[in-house]
Design a protein around this ligand. Sequence first.
Ligand code: NDP
Length: 644
Amino acid sequence: MATSSDHNLSNGSVPDLASLGAKYEDEKNKRLRPDGNSQYLDLELEAPPHLARLVEDPWVDHDALNAQEPSIRDGDDVKFLILGAGFCGLSYAARLIENGFKAEDIRLVDTLGGWGGTWYANRYPGLMCDSESYIYLPLLEETGYMPKNRYAYGEEIRLHAERIASHYNLADKGVFRTFMKSFTWDDEAKRWIVELVQSRGPKEQTLHMTVRGQFVVLANGVLNHPKTPKIENLEAYKGAMIHTARWRYDITGGSQADPKLTGLEGKKVGFIGTGATGVQCITALAKSAGHLYVFQRTPASVDERGQRETDPEEWAKISAEPGWWTKRNANFFDNIHGSSPDGNLVNDSWTTIKSYSVLVGQPDGHPVTMEGIPAHIGAAMVRDAPRTERLRKRVEDTVTKDKDTSENLKPWYPSWCKRPCFHDEYLPSFNRENVTLVQTPPSTGVQKATSKGLVVDGKEYELDVLVFGTGYRSPAADMSEPSKMCNTTIRGRDGMLLSDKWLAEGPTTMHASLTKGFPNLFLTGPAQAGASPCITFLFDIMARHAAELIAAATKRNADPDTVTLEATKEGEDEWVGSIVSRAAWFAPVSVCLPSYLNNEGSTMRDGDVGKTIKGAAYPLGMNLFSKALSDWRAEGKFQGVVIG
Ligand code: NDP
């Protein structure tokens, strides 16, 4: 990737803005491709036979689940049907229970075999959470749990999901390995009619059920449909393959608790992808593989981590005041936006990224006019340049084995363009004798396989095991249309498809939560919601909002079994207006190279830009998003919502 013209940008000083802008533009243009998202295979929807195994659930225990008393039966009528048994779904369930609803009236339905959502699915070696565990792990106050480390590892996070389920008496309210195939609103009955398809393993037949739900929550998460690049001739490859989203310890040896991957001793392992997943997994594989080939298209930006064990004395102080979790999260955002009178409580590398607000909004960001966009982008680049230069220097100082490797690991894009990574061992891995960085052409990446391995620039790399750390379907695809994000079909009043409404009008919600024509259906973003690198705070804000709203509506209605909530057109217009009027704040995203964040570069290129802009995040940042919702509830008028 490095060229001789880059030299004056690599001399350690902060480059001038014009050179930097030109370099960023050049790196972006090298990667933009006309096929956008279709360069990938969406493994759940279109995996050919040789890749189907990559998305099978390796953890599901069908025998144990089949032996349990069913948590749902054909014909059941359930008050709350929550799609998703991860932290989002659990946050909704918890807040509903705190608002007076009963655990027995809640079911959390998930295609996976247990609690935890992405933390159930992802168990790759090296897995951890890159946000501080004290703000990332939800319901810490309520469960009284002290995370073991400042940054929690994968297994601890998954077990925390199980802890929440037990704490709220939900342990037997999960409906696992079950796909919610369709939702149809029955206005007479005031119920969603939901078709469920439950896989029961190889020994039993698939179960088809139809159930009714008064309220439905789509707690589907944002990055959960694994993808791989389309690689020519991959069907001929004879070695083992793994996607990081479904790790196969039967191939690698070790376990989530045991990082020794004995099955990789002496083996040649290939890893495609250097995103947030790659940074963690590559570091772990480097310690076990005979030889690790890292196939990189775009390098990650990697800042320091600063992992440490939780000190119980410090924890006692952190968790002393009721409401501390919300306050700490709010403080984290204040510091991303600038500063807080309470100082910087989290005080980690995230809060040093002073340009990150162009991705997550800014409370005091005055509306950016069309004419003001270039200056706004320039100002963001100026704020960001010292950081990115420091990170390139960090690469240079750390990766000393080979000059080309060091140059190729330098990130040339602003901090907001790809998820910033934090790791203290990733870069040093490239000094190991058993690790080789293979820089693939930025315009294509890995393109071709043979029966023995991969081919890059005409050179064949023989591999025993090939790992895809190539990420997930972009949540921005189809303007984040909610039914598409769940692979389901949703028909509201008069048979209207949610996908038709969304694609015709563009994203249209009130509070990112309700949408007219779809009563009692609760959405969870990302369109028109607060944006966050630490998404559990958003889940909690939205869960409290929904739970308090449903509780208040239920009190007003003589018959709680038929209460309905639906956004009005005026309610939607006002909320959408508050998004669109300030959406130019996010214009700096236009300088970014392609990734899932900008729908592989097609966000502003294809389709109707006016509609796409409607799907922006709440532009004033998470804390004002939270305030907008709580102020509206406190007013008690429910303006913009019809309660039936
Ligand atoms: P990403 O989409 O971020 O990364 C995919 C990687 O695959 C990129 O490096 C991409 O390159 C590369 N790639 C794709 N196709 C090819 C190809 N043909 N040849 C070579 N390389 C290719 O997925 P991740 O799973 O890494 O991360 C997704 C998100 O999940 C993160 O951004 C984060 O939000 C979340 N996550 C969070 C963690 C946490 O700690 N909280 C940990 C891990 C993930 P290119 O960049 O050029 O497209």
